[in-house]
Design a protein around this ligand. Structure first.
Ligand code: EPU
Length: 302
């Protein structure tokens, strides 16, 4: 989608936003899949309510893009534009056992920043790609850690009220790869309370997680992490592996040889290829195990 109204473009500039025409989502997502649309970089998040009002007034559909690491985007010309909050540096500060972090900050960067201030607890999240905002929304987790356990407050822009609001940790419900935020809430900033732990111990724990991840996940290939959520008490990766699906592919959309719940873009996979692979595998698991796997990856279709 293209913003072709000159008054809208002028108003965006006045609000400190930058228009990046014809952005390729394939270049902005870890899967390397996705079509083309206009993108707006919002340098000051305080201007977000005004920008959304402007776009709504002009009937321009829009979506908020974070790190693009858990996302499968449609091919071709997209029917909505993309908003992005670029990260500020460092975008985080520490007060005692509390870390205040911008949602646009890199999740791994936050883990090491906190470690340098002798704050731990987040070690398991070290290799999870993406932004803090994406991690909050999905309640990202790995190796027994999930971010939700440490969240004490979240500041967000709520589409329903059209306002920036702050929620206390107790008012937010975090479950396995799910949070109680509304789907169109825009994460802005979070406060985490973390246990004190010596830097050296944190780094040692981080190394262990990195090793485990390198041994079991295809880190050098284009992927969106795990495609399916694990079913209660089960493992999607193990089921797919047992069905002999490693290497199974539709075009260049391929079930990883290293971890069967990672579907990689081995070349020029399209969204159509990846969706066909997902549905075929889901069918196979339903047929063989009677289990309906749920997507973990987020779909952005036209
Ligand atoms: N397994 C296989 N074959 C495979 C993959 C896994 O047999 O191809 C077996 C493993 O040997 C193990 C079991 O399945 O016994 C579970 O595998 P793993 O330890 O790799 O964990 P997972 O449940 O597949 C989850 C998260 C990952 C996270 C890891 C580490 C989900 C959907 N996935 O994977 O998160 O990194 O644990 O904590 O919850 C993600 O969210 O995108 C993601 C990658």
């Amino acid at each position: 989608m293209q913003i072709d109204s000159l008054p809208i473009i002028a108003s965006l500039t006045e609000l400190g936003a930058e228009l990046r025409p014809r952005s390729s989502l394939a270049e902005l997502t870890s899967l390397g899949i996705g079509g083309v649309t206009d993108r707006i970089l919002i340098r000051r998040y305080e201007s977000l309510p005004e920008i959304v009002r402007l776009l709504d007034g002009a009937a321009i559909p829009h979506r908020l893009l974070g790190g693009g690491t858990n996302l499968l985007v449609a091919d071709g010309e997209l029917s909505w534009i993309v908003l992005q909050l670029p990260p500020a540096h460092p975008g985080m500060r520490i007060e005692g056992n509390f870390a205040q972090v911008d949602a646009a900050a890199d999740l791994g960067g936050m883990v090491t920043f906190c470690a340098r201030h002798d704050l731990g607890g987040l070690e398991g999240l070290i290799g999870v790609p993406g932004t803090v905002g994406g991690a909050l929304r999905m309640n990202a987790g790995a190796y027994g850690t999930q971010i939700g356990s440490y969240v004490r407050a979240v500041q967000l822009y709520r589409r329903a009220s059209r306002q920036i609001e702050t929620f206390q940790g107790n008012d937010i419900n975090f479950e396995y790869r799910h949070s109680s935020f509304a789907p169109d809430d825009v994460m802005l900033r979070a406060t985490l309370e973390l246990p004190s732990r010596p830097y050296r111990e944190i780094i040692a724990a981080i190394r262990v997680c990195n090793e485990k991840r390198r041994a079991s996940q295809p880190l050098s290939q284009k992927s969106a992490g795990c495609i399916f959520k694990n079913p209660p008490g089960g493992s999607a990766g193990r089921m797919l592996d047992e069905l002999g699906l490693k290497g199974f592919h539709v075009g260049d959309a391929t079930v990883s040889q290293r971890h069967a719940n990672f579907f990689v873009n081995a070349g020029n996979a399209s969204c159509v290829d990846m969706l066909a692979l997902i549905e075929t595998v889901r069918e196979r698991v339903l047929h063989s195990y009677g289990v309906q796997l749920e997507n973990e990856v987020i779909l952005w279709q036209n």
